[in-house]
Design a binder for this molecule. Structure first.
Ligand SMILES: [Zn+2]
Length: 120
């Protein structure tokens, strides 16, 4: 099926949702972080689009910003022993990273694809 080329912003929003940046209909990732080879709706090939370390960097940056209030609370407002404080913060940071990572992968793949297919 033929879809009109989306705007850069639309492509990024679709990638952020884990959808194909071109059509927005099919999933972009399978098995958590593995990109599909080709979109079953619009036929765009995804196997050559690489996000590399961008999604990991973005996920850790976002997790670090979200965890700061918890860090302050756990370290300065709680009476928990150090090992419990560290365990809570590490588990929270890991959970945030795992939740955000697929979205960042979709976003970075959308950025690479949009720049690769742009006319300018
Ligand atoms: Zn598609």
């Amino acid at each position: 099926m033929d879809y009109p080329k989306p705007t850069f912003k639309t492509a990024l929003a679709r990638g952020l949702k884990g959808r194909c940046p071109n059509c927005g209909q099919a999933k972009l990732l399978r098995d958590y972080l593995k990109p599909v080879d080709q979109c079953p709706e619009c036929g765009v090939r995804w196997e050559h689009i690489r996000a590399d370390l961008g999604p990991a960097w973005a996920s850790m940056t976002i997790a670090a910003h979200f965890i700061v209030p918890f860090y302050h609370f756990v370290l300065f407002r709680s009476e928990l022993p150090n090992w419990q404080q560290l365990t809570i913060l590490c588990l929270l940071a890991t959970a945030i990273c795992l939740a955000v990572l697929p979205r960042m992968k979709g976003l970075f793949m959308a950025i690479v694809w949009a720049k690769e297919t742009s006319d300018s």
